[in-house]
Ligand binder design. Structure first.
Ligand code: FES
Length: 149
């Protein structure tokens, strides 16, 4: 990496730090749980009012979420929100994960600018929809074969 590039990167980061928490920057730049899970127990694709879409895949053992993956075509804060919500969901029961709210995601991220708070809502809503799918698949496992992912 050239010195000029490093300097530019530092300037961009310094700018970002004026707006976003360290946690947001970390999750946006090094997102956790990116990608689809094969043969997931729960899946949802939700498009928010801004037109961006998030997808979440869940793997559940008994009633605990053991693995979660996400993808989004949204902004950096939606990447941070997807990363955080999947981290929060992993290792918790589906009933507890279902209660994860937009505010919980915002708190865990150390807040977002008001105009980006809907990104946390998109993440929380997509998780809820994936859990709903999970419960539907538990009741009717044969439907999994017809599910489009
Ligand atoms: Fe659409 Fe972030 S701006 S999800």
């Amino acid at each position: 990496m050239s010195a000029e590039f490093e300097e530019l990167q530092e300037l961009v980061l310094a700018d970002a730090r004026r707006i976003y928490s360290e946690t947001v920057i970390d999750h946006a730049m090094n997102p956790r749980n990116v990608g689809a899970l094969q043969d997931a127990d729960g899946f949802a694709r939700v498009t928010g009012p801004c037109g961006d879409t998030m997808e979440i895949w869940l793997r559940v053992k008994v009633d605990t979420i053991v693995e979660a993956g996400f993808m989004t075509d949204g902004c950096g804060t939606s990447i941070a929100s997807g990363s955080m919500v999947t981290e929060m969901a992993k290792g918790t029961t589906i009933s507890k994960a279902h209660m994860i709210s937009r505010q919980d995601v915002l708190n865990a991220l150390g807040g977002l600018p008001q105009e980006s708070e809907h990104c946390a809502l998109l993440a929380a809503n997509t998780l809820k929809a994936a859990i709903k799918d999970c419960l539907a698949m538990k009741e009717h496992p044969w439907q999994k074969a017809y599910r489009r992912q």
